[in-house]
Design a protein. Structure first.
Length: 204
């Protein structure tokens, strides 16, 4: 076992959110990030239609399904296969290409989306000059999807990493949403550059 893997395992062992996720039955500690943002901003309501981009392993989709209830709709999209989640339609596709977008729209069955979520992140190389453009490309793809699927007044939450390109994406969001805020949940590791952009009231 390499030193990097040992450090990761030790960090996982010490992380209280990892332990809580196992105890509470969440697929990932990321569920606590969304739960905190939901409590802070009131993102989710019964009956909403939500798209979860980069959903695997499914922690966010689990939480969303619980909040929107059986009258709502949750579509989880990822390139990676996912085990089924009650109340969630899983789409194994790349939503940025024509076939993947078609699969997503088919899963929505003509229903407009009330909230687009993206917790997508690239495979980290450790080279910031490589990782940051990859992360921003994923965030741009998520934002580009919003006009394709979202209802007027819809919300948008996307993971960002502080660095080059962030300000331009925030400006794009401000031109399409009535309110844009940034937030770093307590479940985000303090040393991480990640934070979340929370945008409300989309204008087509």
């Amino acid at each position: 076992m390499g030193s990097g893997q040992r450090r990761w395992l030790e960090r996982q062992r010490r992380d209280p959110f990892v332990s809580r996720a196992r105890t509470d039955g969440w697929r990932s500690r990321a569920a606590f990030k969304l739960e905190e943002m939901d409590r802070r901003f009131g993102l989710l309501r019964r009956g909403m239609c939500v798209v979860d981009l980069g959903a695997a392993p499914g922690g966010w989709s689990q939480y969303v399904a619980r909040q929107v209830g059986p009258e709502g709709a949750v579509v989880a999209v990822d390139l990676l296969p996912m085990e089924p989640i009650p109340g969630v339609q899983c789409v194994h596709a790349d939503f940025s290409d024509e076939a993947g977008l078609h699969a997503l729209l088919k899963a929505l069955s003509g229903r407009s989306v009330d909230l687009v979520l993206s917790d997508m992140a690239p495979n980290i190389s450790g080279i910031r000059a490589v990782d940051q453009p990859r992360a921003m490309a994923l965030a741009e793809l998520a934002l580009d999807l919003v006009p394709e699927v979202a209802a007027p007044g819809a919300g948008f939450v996307v993971k960002l990493f502080e660095g080059e390109g962030v300000d331009a994406l925030v400006d794009r969001c401000r031109s399409r949403f009535a309110r844009v805020r940034r937030y770093k949940p307590k479940a985000s590791r303090p040393e991480s550059r990640e934070w979340y952009l929370v945008a409300e009231r989309f204008t087509p």
